[in-house]
Every structure is written in structure tokens, then in C-alpha cells.
Design a protein. Structure first.
Length: 511
């Protein structure tokens, strides 16, 4: 039996051993004050052998845990929370510019303005009033020679575009390329460089929860930096363009931020801020940015001298997967792109893709909806081979498709209509694969489509729009532009026509 003094001493050393195991930092000091080091070591060893200390547990976990890439970790201390974004801002903000776009508009003073009947008989009796309008946005310099990317809606219709850098310099700029479908425009500074730039990041590595910075010029108050996280990926149905695979962020984005930079923690460009969701006009913590991978593809077209960005041609059209379709096919949720139409002699048709198939993946990346598939296609170059994960009638399979450049349009198939008829002034064309892709028409559709309606034209005043398919006029089916021009040239006392708009047939009579 242990004497009372020895028992007390053993208890004290047990307490010391527990302190050493729980607080390794105190261990050296405690060891130095001990007069019976061997007993301390023995008790400490027994204690650790029985329950294990933090060091041993960490070692055991490291031996069993699988080897993986470095993890993103949240802040763990006050020192972590006191870290600053200022080094990132200093490195990237000089490449974010203010974009000033000025346009001249004509305001009609005539009481008959906009009425085709009265304008036809009375003409324009009063002069138009000229007004100047200005818009303010942001842009990002991506090349040291002054190549800038911004939103198309920032510079749409502009006669004069100026950019202002953070160091106070201002320059004129010209438009190299603009694309309404993706709401992107590429500008060139008219001035000597080199200029500060932001390098592109890879948005395929971006994850929900990543910290980001938004840099721009909201409300014209001057360059502003806000921080947040990536809230979601592949967002569609935003309503600002035909593009529908946005990065969503809660970093504050307001009017004037359009065209500005969304920066990751490596100081790289991962998106171009494009839109906000707001009922008040201010930021509600829901902003959207165009992924940098798409921006890079559009910019490369402009840098190589192209004035039109053409995604690769696949020869198929797609629809969203509904909940009913997903349940019928045994999917856990409504995801993927449902093949609705396929051109037999196109890349998809030759590879074996069929209507009714569902595309679930593209080169190993998930496809959440048709717009996400369109984004994957747009960021893949023509000539590349794409591996599609497809759910068909006989189960899942992988289809490899060699993507092609869209077939060139025949300029003879494009006409501007004139004469006394409701279509006068409209620009029409036979439907080609390229036009079908631009206007998001099914690839198997044939006929004549309106590609542009200039402002002030008779066709515009009657409400015709780009992408309207002219199906029939006065009982004659319109198969090509030659047939259309012949019918309009023959004239008529009234016009009974049928157009297809957004999949719906519209019939109308104009006398």
C-alpha cells in the first residue's frame, strides 16, 4: 500500500503529466521544476499510452487520411481575421478602368411619329431634335497594349467611348468586337502602353464559397472594391442576355459596376460583373458575372482580327429537363440538357446523338442545363473532341463529338427589303447553321428569318424583331429570300402573313 505522502506525490505528478499532455507549451517549464523526472516521464508515458495525446492522435489521423490537394480553410484566429486584401487590390485595381460611352439620339417632334399610316401620307413635317446621352460603366485591361473587356450594354450604340485609368489618364478607345448574345465587348485603347493588366484565372477551378473581390465604378462615385464569396455557379435565367451560365456572388455590385472585374484570392480575373438582382436598383447581395473562360475565348477572337465570335458548331438543339422527365428516367433531380433536335449530317448526328437523349456531362464537367452546355461549347475550340456523358434509351454512354466551325454564310442569301410593304427596311436571310446558332433556332429549321430591324424602319414600326421566322405571306410558303422578294415586289392590297416567334405562330392582316 502506498503511504499517504507517496500517494499525494503520485497524484500531483499525475496532474503535472495531464498538464503536460494538454498544454505542450508548458511542458519544458514543468519538467524543469520537477525533482523526480523519471516518475514524471513514467506517469506521462502511461497516461499517453492509455488515452493518447494530441500529438499521437494527429499522427494517427495523418497516417489514415488519404492524400489530397491543399484544402481551403476558414479563418482560425484573430490574426487570420486581421489579414488584408490590400495587396490584391494594389496589384489589380490599376487595370480596372472607367468606361464613358456617349451616343447621339434623334427625338422626333412630329405628332405622327411612329404611326406608319400617317407618316406614309403626311411625311415628316417637323425636324428631329438631337440629344446626347451618356452611360457609365467599367472595364478591365487584359493586354498590356490596351485591350479592354467590358459589357456590350455599356457601349451599345455609342458614338464616342473614353476610358479613364486610376492614375488619372484618359484615352479614346475603339470597338474591336461586340456580342449581344454574351453581353461582351472588346475595346482597344488609342494610346501608348504598356498598361497595367489583370491575368485570367481558370473558372473551372472556382468553387462555391471561394472569397472574391468586385472592382468597378458604382454610381460614378469612383473606383470601389467590395468583397464577398461565390454564392453559386452556372446560374441561368438572369435575363440580361442569351448567355445563361453566370457566376453568382454576394460581393456588392451596383449600377456602374457593369464590365468590372471579379477577382479571386490569387489576383486573377475569374469574371466580368454584368448584372444584379434588385427591386430597388441597389445591391441586394445577388450579383452575376460572366465566367472568365468565356471572356478569354471572345477576347482571343478580337485579338486575332475577328469581329464576330462564333462558338463551335454541334448541329443539335437542347431543352431543359423537367421534373417529370427526370422522374421517368430515374434521375434524382431535373438536370442536364434534353436533345430536342439533331441535324443528321452535323457533328452530333454523325456521332450518334439522338432526340430524347439527355446530356449530363461535357469533358468530365457536369451539365446542369442547356445554357451550361452552351457555355462549355463556347469555351471549347473548333476541331477539339468533346466527350459527352449521355443518358439514352439503353442507359448511360459516352459519345465523342468532333466540334466544327460553323459553315460560312452565303452573302447572297442576305438581303435588305424595301418598297411599300410591312417588311420594308428589315434585313433578312436564309437560315444557315451560323444564323441558327446566333438566333438560337433549331438546327433543322429552314426558311427566311429576320436578322436585323433598323430603328425607324417600317418593319420596326410594325413590331417585327430579329429572329422572327417569316413562314407565309398571302398564302405562299416562304422557303427562301428569292420567294420573299418576288411576293413583296408583286404588291398587294392587303398583307396576310404568318411569322414564328419564340416557337409560337403569329398571324396578322395589314391593309
Amino acid at each position: 500500500m502506498i503511504p499517504n505522502r507517496s500517494r499525494l506525490r503520485a497524484v500531483l505528478f499525475l496532474v503535472l503529466a495531464i498538464s503536460m499532455a494538454s498544454f505542450p507549451v508548458l511542458a519544458p517549464a514543468l519538467a524543469q521544476t520537477s525533482t523526480e523526472q523519471s516518475l514524471t516521464d513514467s506517469i506521462g508515458k502511461i497516461f499517453r499510452d492509455v488515452i493518447g495525446g494530441p500529438e499521437e492522435k494527429a499522427t494517427a489521423q495523418s497516417e489514415t487520411a488519404p492524400v489530397s490537394e491543399p484544402r481551403r480553410e476558414p479563418p482560425r484566429s484573430q490574426a487570420d481575421m486581421m489579414q488584408s486584401f490590400s495587396p490584391l487590390v494594389k496589384a489589380t485595381a490599376p487595370a480596372v478602368v472607367n468606361v464613358y460611352a456617349n451616343r447621339t439620339v434623334q427625338r422626333s417632334m412630329s405628332p405622327f411619329a411612329g404611326d406608319p399610316f400617317f407618316e406614309q401620307f403626311f411625311g415628316q413635317r417637323m425636324p428631329n431634335r438631337t440629344e446626347k446621352q451618356s452611360s457609365l460603366g467599367s472595364g478591365v485591361i487584359i493586354q498590356s497594349n490596351g485591350i479592354i473587356v467590358t459589357n456590350n450594354h455599356v457601349i451599345a450604340g455609342a458614338d464616342d467611348i473614353r476610358v479613364a485609368l486610376t492614375d488619372g489618364r484618359e484615352f479614346q478607345s475603339k470597338v474591336l468586337l461586340k456580342d449581344e448574345r454574351f453581353d461582351l465587348a472588346i475595346l482597344q485603347i488609342d494610346g501608348d502602353g504598356p498598361f497595367p493588366i489583370v491575368e485570367f484565372g481558370d473558372t473551372d477551378t472556382t468553387e462555391v464559397g471561394d472569397i472574391v473581390l468586385a472592382i468597378g465604378n458604382p454610381f460614378g462615385v469612383g473606383q470601389t472594391v467590395t468583397s464577398g464569396i461565390v454564392s453559386a455557379l452556372a446560374r441561368n435565367s438572369v435575363g440580361v442576355s442569351d448567355f445563361g451560365s453566370f457566376i453568382q456572388t454576394d460581393a456588392a455590385i451596383n449600377p456602374g459596376n457593369s464590365g468590372g472585374a471579379l477577382i479571386d484570392m490569387s489576383g486573377r480575373l475569374i469574371g466580368i460583373n454584368s448584372a444584379i438582382f434588385s427591386r430597388s436598383g441597389g445591391s441586394n447581395g445577388i450579383g452575376f458575372a460572366i465566367p472568365a473562360n468565356l471572356v478569354r475565348a471572345v477576347a482571343q477572337t478580337a485579338e486575332t482580327g475577328g469581329d464576330v465570335f462564333e462558338p463551335p458548331y454541334i448541329g443539335a438543339s437542347f431543352e431543359p429537363v423537367t421534373a417529370d422527365i427526370a422522374e421517368a428516367l430515374g434521375l434524382d433531380r431535373a438536370t442536364g440538357a434534353l436533345v430536342s433536335d439533331v441535324t443528321e449530317d452535323g457533328p452530333a448526328g454523325k456521332a450518334g446523338l439522338r432526340p430524347g437523349d439527355i446530356v449530363l456531362g461535357f469533358n468530365g464537367r457536369p451539365v446542369e442545363h442547356p445554357d451550361a452546355l452552351g457555355y462549355r461549347l463556347a469555351t471549347t475550340s473548333a476541331g477539339a473532341t468533346a466527350a459527352l456523358d449521355v443518358l439514352g434509351r439503353k442507359g448511360r454512354k459516352t459519345i465523342e463529338i468532333t466540334l466544327q466551325a460553323p459553315p460560312a454564310d452565303d452573302p447572297r442569301a442576305r438581303r435588305k427589303l424595301d418598297g411599300l410593304n410591312p417588311f420594308s427596311g428589315a434585313i433578312v436571310s436564309n437560315i444557315t447553321p451560323s444564323i441558327a446558332s446566333k438566333l438560337r433556332l433549331p438546327p433543322s429549321v429552314h426558311g427566311v428569318v429576320i436578322t436585323d430591324v433598323p430603328g425607324g424602319s417600317i418593319a420596326g414600326r410594325y413590331g417585327f424583331r430579329p429572329a422572327d421566322l417569316i413562314a407565309e405571306i398571302n398564302g405562299v410558303k416562304i422557303t427562301n429570300v428569292n420567294v420573299l422578294e418576288q411576293i413583296l415586289a408583286d404588291g398587294a392590297s392587303f398583307w396576310r402573313f404568318e411569322i414564328v416567334r419564340g416557337g409560337q405562330r403569329i398571324r396578322q392582316i395589314i391593309r
